[in-house]
Design a protein around this ligand. Structure first.
Ligand SMILES: Cc1cc2nc3c(=O)[nH]c(=O)nc-3n(C[C@H](O)[C@H](O)[C@H](O)COP(=O)(O)O)c2cc1C
Length: 189
């Protein structure tokens, strides 16, 4: 297998409770964001926007998300476990990158193409993490709908999720399952 095949197949979602305390260097975060910026983009709209949260900013996000969860959840549905998990995830991650998208204001391409481009940028980040033994995953809770109350969004900008990052102890077994690739393919000749 070539190096790229291995990186693609070994990439995994690694969750905040699995992260250790090792800091992530700023140089690495910049490399990640530079790699994201090389995603393909129809009509070069380059719709991906990222907000990098570290230190205190992560705690503020944890408070905002947990408070919002409390506000939008009925008493019967409220889970103290989930509330605490939201806060702890923000604490355990070394870095959280808010994955945002700014729709081309002239709407020259359909929105799905902008979302697809942004997802490809995120895959570049995810593979960069995988190649450097940094754990990460894309989280997309319903709470992202409220991120306009936390960030100063530009016109047409919104949040598609959070990219949690942290080093982890490599001896952990990171399982992932897939159905057979060829079951999803039709060959026409
Ligand atoms: C757009 C997107 C949103 C996701 N949102 C969540 C999420 O909210 N919670 C979660 O646990 N995993 C989320 N994931 C990660 C998937 O659960 C994960 O990729 C899948 O289980 C396969 O595992 P693997 O990434 O280790 O191969 C998301 C992945 C993508 C691509």
């Amino acid at each position: 297998m070539s190096n790229i095949d291995e990186i693609i197949r070994q990439r995994r979602s690694v969750f905040p409770p699995q992260y250790n305390d090792k800091p992530i260097a700023k140089e690495f975060i910049i490399k990640l964001l530079e790699n994201a910026n090389w995603a393909p983009t129809h009509r070069l709209t380059e719709p991906w926007r990222f907000k990098v949260l570290q230190g205190n900013a992560k705690d503020k996000l944890g408070k905002f998300l947990s408070d919002t969860y409390t506000d939008i959840t009925t008493d019967e549905a409220f889970s103290p476990f989930k509330h605490k998990k939201i806060i702890n995830n923000c604490k355990s991650a070394q870095v959280i990158i808010a994955i945002c998208i700014q729709r081309d204001l002239k709407q020259r391409v359909p929105e799905w193409e902008e979302i697809a481009s942004t997802a490809m940028a995120v895959q570049n980040m995810w593979l960069t993490c995988a190649a450097n033994d940094v754990g990460c995953y894309w989280s997309s809770p319903k709470l992202i709908e409220y991120m306009g109350d936390f960030f100063d969004f530009e016109e047409g900008e919104r949040c598609l999720g959070f990219f949690y990052m942290g080093y982890y102890d490599k001896e952990e077994d990171l399982d992932s399952k897939r159905g057979a690739a060829m079951e999803k393919v039709k060959w026409l000749e």
